[in-house]
Design a protein around this ligand. Structure first.
Ligand SMILES: Nc1nc2c(c(=O)[nH]1)N[C@@H](CN(C=O)c1ccc(C(=O)N[C@@H](CCC(=O)O)C(=O)O)cc1)CN2
Length: 291
């Protein structure tokens, strides 16, 4: 039987409709939320994601500011741009598009962001609050993709309570922060984080009620790894060029045959990607509401 689809486009559209009303209410109070993006270099994927963030802002009434910098930018020049955004009252939140070029120290850049303007929730203060505030609501921005994964499942009437979640990939935007989030009492999941050093990944995956595949390794999750009835979220992004058309397309971490075994799968594209974008807007709106 074919799995049901976790439609990220539909869920993201619903979130954006809700946010439009909240932005209108903020504007009535004279508060204009403004998201800035910092893009370094000319990677077409990153350019496409950043352009999408500006389109999303326009759709819900958030002002947006662009800072596009050449690949050759130095650490000091990039930090000066962040200092300027930290001081700019029209920028209420901002993101630095990742990945950054190899000559840039990404950790130092993330630490330079004012935690009160950290729309991605990746500043050490905000990641630390995610770990510390175990028994009270978190009043600081949370990483967008983990938030998007959680929302996508819940908006389809599914619960995390008591589920064994196996996450594949230990990157800073998904794998590392999703465990502290899903193990909070309100979600109550049990999380296993796997990575390239995990022995017998297939055997670990077979124990999962939910798989979150965020390794960026095409087709790493296959049908024989998946327990019948599991929920499978495909967060991985690899790009493949079609030899006939020369056009590039996104391929995920989940082999399409998984849909014959799982109960629910998120398509890729059209699953977690649009949710990441919607939850970024939600972070911006929440930060403006709290300010
Ligand atoms: N500063 C950040 N950098 C990066 C993040 C992040 O959350 N913060 N995540 C990813 C890229 N990303 C957002 O920035 C992102 C990835 C994918 C999508 C998306 O909507 N994808 C579409 C398909 C797109 C395509 O065809 O290329 C989909 O899934 O339907 C949005 C945002 C790394 N960097």
């Amino acid at each position: 039987m074919a799995a049901e689809l976790l439609d990220g486009k539909a869920a993201a559209a619903a979130i954006k409709r809700e946010l439009s009303g909240r932005v209108a209410a903020l504007r009535e109070r004279g508060v204009v939320p403004g998201l800035a993006t910092v893009l370094v270099g000319d990677d077409p994927g990153s350019q496409w994601y950043v352009a999408g963030k500006h389109r999303d802002c326009a759709e819900v009434g958030i002002a947006s500011i662009k800072r596009d910098l050449p690949e050759s930018v130095t650490q000091e020049e990039l930090e000066a741009v962040l200092d300027e955004l930290n001081a700019d009252p029209e920028c209420t939140g901002y993101i630095v598009q990742l990945p950054l070029p190899k000559h840039i120290d990404t950790d130092r850049i993330l630490e330079r962001i004012d935690p009160g303007k950290d729309a991605d929730g990746l500043h050490p203060t905000n990641l630390g609050r995610l770990v510390l505030n175990a028994n009270r609501p978190i009043e600081s921005p949370l990483p967008c993709t983990p938030r998007g994964v959680i929302e996508l499942v819940e908006r389809n009437g599914l619960s995390w309570n008591g589920k064994h979640v196996v996450v594949v990939g230990r990157g800073v935007t998904v794998g590392r922060p999703i465990g502290p989030l899903l193990t909070r009492r309100e979600y109550n999941a049990t999380v296993t984080l796997t990575h390239t050093g995990t022995r017998d990944l297939g055997a670990v995956l077979q124990q999962a009620d939910v798989i979150v595949a965020a390794a960026g390794a095409e087709g790493i999750v296959r049908a024989e790894h998946v327990k019948p009835g599991a929920i499978v979220l495909d967060v991985g992004v690899s790009r493949k060029t079609d030899p006939e058309t020369g056009r590039s397309r996104v391929v995920g971490d989940v082999d399409p045959a998984v849909a014959d075994v799982a109960a629910w799968v998120s398509p890729n594209p059209g699953g977690v990607g649009p949710m990441t974008r919607a939850l970024l807007l939600q972070n911006v709106v929440e930060m403006a509401e709290r300010a």
